[in-house]
Design a protein around this ligand. Structure first.
Ligand SMILES: Nc1ncnc2c1ncn2[C@@H]1O[C@H](COP(=O)(O)OP(=O)(O)O)[C@@H](O)[C@H]1O
Ligand SMILES: [Mg+2]
Length: 358
């Protein structure tokens, strides 16, 4: 696989969490970069979970191979850290083709996208991460390329302007986004296949953890893996990060082996609670409870009060809080759930949810 621009390294990500304890943030953080590629599954066998998606993809791939055609363009969406980039690599491996990896913020100028499209070879996969951030011009260059494998180029100015149709080899575009809703309609319509990645179950995460521990020569037992899995927010990237941190703890405080007890001690020390929430998440929930009587309250208000960016709350914190049943999204804003009150250890008799006491 040839990675011409690695999405994690080649553009600046706005790191709003830099000053915070970002160990349970699903986005890539500095310490992930060194080892993320060594533990990334390279084929379907090693890619854990997402079984329904994997089955459909295997069939699509087999059919494309039989027809000797490139795969249809694919769009993956879902919260960060669930395996979108990894899956693109797995597909390339299964198709037996090369993959070029880039991300929308790296395609700012028309010549960036034209350059990359012209460099593609027949059948190759082009992976564009954060595809909802493509600008209008780049999108318009992409349309004919995706549809008819042509580039429409204009040369000259004013009276002498000429349009040129340049054929490019047939390729497969794989787009990934954390915000399917932010993708423009015409772009979304040009993807033949659209799939959502789901959060992982505890068992699946325990499997991810055991696999990673094996690669990194970390000794861990089954209960230890489950203890970490429980607090990994359904996200393999976080599971991998936690297993490394807990391994350090095990080495210093014990004989190096991760057991349930060691894992729980280490995670408590890291202030990650038994739902995988860190202080930012708990602060968010507490704020809604204490200042807004459980909600509803607008996301902008919450972001301002927490000194967080709206995008971070929406894309990074919220998906898991919603999935875990701790937070609810209503037309009038965010609300905590009875389960959240329970989790925070708050007596709920004074809190009304949607006007009714519970
Ligand atoms: N299904 C999976 N099985 C095992 N490990 C996974 C899986 N999905 C993701 N990972 C691990 O999690 C990390 C983050 O995955 P990535 O594909 O970069 O997520 P995304 O692109 O959705 O943000 C990778 O380093 C990979 O090792
Ligand atoms: Mg990614």
């Amino acid at each position: 696989m040839s990675i011409i621009t690695d999405e994690e390294n080649n553009y600046k990500k706005v790191d709003i969490n830099k000053t915070k304890n970002d160990i349970v943030k699903p986005e890539t953080i500095e310490s992930d970069r060194k080892f993320e590629n060594t533990i990334r599954p390279k084929n379907f066998e090693a890619y854990i979970g997402q079984s329904a998606l994997k089955e459909t993809l295997k069939i699509t791939i087999a059919a494309a191979k039989k027809r000797e055609q490139p795969l249809d363009h694919l769009l993956f969406y879902g919260p960060p850290g669930l395996g979108k980039t990894t899956l693109a690599g797995v597909i390339a491996e299964q198709m037996g083709v090369d993959i070029k990896i880039t991300s929308a913020p790296a395609l700012e100028r028309p010549r960036d996208i034209i350059g990359i499209l012209m460099s593609l070879k027949g059948g190759e996969i082009l992976f564009i991460d954060e595809i909802h951030r493509l600008n209008k011009i780049a999108e318009e260059i992409l349309y004919p390329a995706m549809e008819d494998f042509y580039l429409d180029m204009t040369t000259g100015k004013g009276q002498t302007v000429k349009t040129l149709r340049l054929p490019i080899p047939k390729f497969t575009l794989i787009g990934a986004t954390t915000k399917a809703g932010a993708l423009s309609g015409p772009l979304r319509d040009r993807f033949g296949i659209i799939h959502r990645l789901e959060f992982y179950t505890e068992d699946e995460l325990a499997e991810v953890i055991t696999r990673t521990a094996g690669i990194l020569n970390i000794s861990i037992d089954n209960d230890g893996a489950h203890a970490i899995a429980k607090r990994s927010r359904g996200t393999p990237r976080i599971a991998n990060r936690l297993v490394k941190r807990v391994a350090d703890f095990a080495l210093v405080k014990a004989d190096g082996k991760i057991t349930q007890k060691i894992a729980n001690n280490a995670l408590n020390t890291l202030k990650i609670d038994n739902c995988g929430l860190d202080t930012t998440d708990r602060n968010l929930l507490m704020l809604i409870v204490e200042k807004y009587n459980g909600g509803p309250v607008g996301i902008e208000t919450l972001a301002a009060a927490l000194g967080e960016d709206v995008r971070t709350l929406e894309d990074v914190c919220e998906p898991y809080l919603l999935q875990a049943g701790l937070l609810q999204r209503t037309p009038r804003g965010r609300m905590v759930t009875p389960y959240a009150l329970d989790h925070l250890g708050i007596k709920n008799s004074n809190i009304s949810i949607q006007g009714s006491l519970f």
